[in-house]
Design a protein around this ligand. Sequence first.
Ligand code: F0G
Length: 367
Amino acid sequence: MPLLSALRRLGSKPVMQDWPGLIEAYRSWLPVSAATPVITLHEGATPLIPAPVISERIGRGVRVFLKYDGLNPTGSFKDRGMTMAISKAREAGSEAVICASTGNTSASAAAYARRAGMRAFVLIPDGYVAQGKLAQALLYGAEVLAVKGNFDRALAIVREVADKYPITLVNSLNPFRLQGQKTAAFEVVDALGDAPNWLCIPVGNAGNISAYWMGFGEYKAAGRCRSLPRMMGFQAAGAAPMVIGHTVEQPDTIATAIRIGNPVNKEKALKAQGESQGAFMAVTDAEIIEAYKLLGSGEGIFCEPASAASVAGLIKRREEVPFGATVVCVLTGNGLKDPDTAIENNDSKFHTGIEPDTATVAQVLGF
Ligand code: F0G
């Protein structure tokens, strides 16, 4: 039984120390056994935060919540999939893992692999990974290869390497990744008491939208929610293969996390969209940055640009949201991952070279 619901039933409030990580919390829903060594950093149990400013912007009596998965141990939702992928790799006796990544997967793979005592190899598109993510992969002890090509090319290479050599692929082609990630849908339902009407989510390689749909479906089948959400997947306009219906050879967007032209999970994601009567839609970089800034200065929530695509999409399509609907926007990664984008894109005043005396400071403050 999921720990959160168990604690609720007992009438006690869950506190962070009690949270054992998502494999233990949702053990009966996951393909693990007593033989699985659980490699965990106590990921999951991320907050579902009400967003009054965005709700106001949408109007129509809509309630917007943010599933802030940037509060996972390495700062992104990837930890949900990685605790499963690495635990199962370890169970199978693997000694090394490999992935291609726009940054977050590499950070997460590195952290969990090293915790399991395994080697981690990561391929990243040279020059297109946010600073914080690169810092993490290096600090966690991965071997990092910056390749002169985009994510899609790097993924094609790691697939071949994993085929030929004794090394486990931990991209979302690894089915255990999506198993772990589906727990985010469980948490959303556990928190709301039912599924939301809309689930807005950024889409890159299209694994997470597929995982959420699996999670909602399993909960519905078990009677834990009455309804299912419409799955609304948002891509950056310069990297929107799910929207335009074919591969993008040269994907381009400020949201480097979703700078992907050929999503490997497209079939699963199309199924989620079709079954949920959802949609794939594009948002421009300008719309992403507007939502990113609104989240920061309006809601006090710092997410990375790719994550803000979910809110940008909701704002763009606000007239289609049913009156009184409950909407969850997934914030997939922490803003600290990409400080450069924040420093270059904000409306705050930043005074530099201030003389260190009270009079000057008071004058600058306008007193
Ligand atoms: N948001 C963030 C912050 C991401 O890092 C990613 C994917 C996505 C959204 C899209 O999720 O691929 O499941 O559709 N990042 C991968 C990586 C590609 O390598 O870190 P998806």
